[in-house]
Write a protein that binds this ligand. Structure first.
Ligand code: ADP
Length: 166
């Protein structure tokens, strides 16, 4: 069997400790992990693509040398199942947090499976220290000058502080 390629798609606006935890777990399941940063999903990301990718690059740098799967970070702007075929991935990795994620993730996985039966979606859980973290709340806390040091890396915290002028 050839190299098993997994794709971890998301908005990463910005990357949190929850994301990096999922990335390090996914690295143990595949040979190569493609982190696919979604360009335009209608949610209107706070940070432009270049900044989201740069922050990811910085945060996952230590994971590049841990002996597990190689990591590639790419941006994409098309339907995920089509992009999955482009990169030759056989696995889509998603993180599951609370029950609230389930309905959306379940529907998306089922529809992707219908469109692309050869690709499996797998769900990973972050460590309980990180499970509750969401980019959305991190941005809200940062905007209101709260302490986000438990949720994101120092680089991301600095970037948010600079953005909000807090
Ligand atoms: P999307 O817009 O695709 O939801 P996100 O960047 O918010 O993009 O999330 C990407 C993936 O990472 C999703 O599968 C999401 O459930 C997962 N994820 C985000 N934060 C966490 C976390 N703290 N623990 C586990 N999974 C997470």
């Amino acid at each position: 069997m050839g190299e098993r390629i997994g794709i971890y798609p998301g908005t990463f606006d910005p990357v949190t400790l929850g994301h990096t935890d999922i990335i390090s777990r996914a690295q143990k399941v595949v040979d190569k992990l493609v982190i696919a940063v979604a360009g335009n999903d209608g949610k209107g990301p706070l940070f432009p693509m270049t900044e989201r990718v740069a922050l990811l690059e910085e945060d996952i740098a230590p994971l590049r040398t841990n002996g597990h799967a190689t990591i590639e970070i790419v941006s994409f702007d098309k339907l995920l199942v089509n992009f999955v075929t482009d990169v030759g991935a056989s696995v889509i990795v998603r993180g599951l947090r609370a029950v609230s994620d389930f309905e959306y993730e379940f529907q998306m996985a089922a529809m992707n499976a219908r469109m692309q039966p050869d690709v499996e979606t797998i769900f990973l859980m972050a460590s309980d220290r990180y499970q509750f973290i969401s980019s959305r709340f991190v941005k809200e806390i940062a905007r209101l000058d709260g302490d986000i040091s438990h949720f994101v890396s120092p680089a991301v915290a600095a970037h948010l502080k600079q953005h909000f002028g807090t």
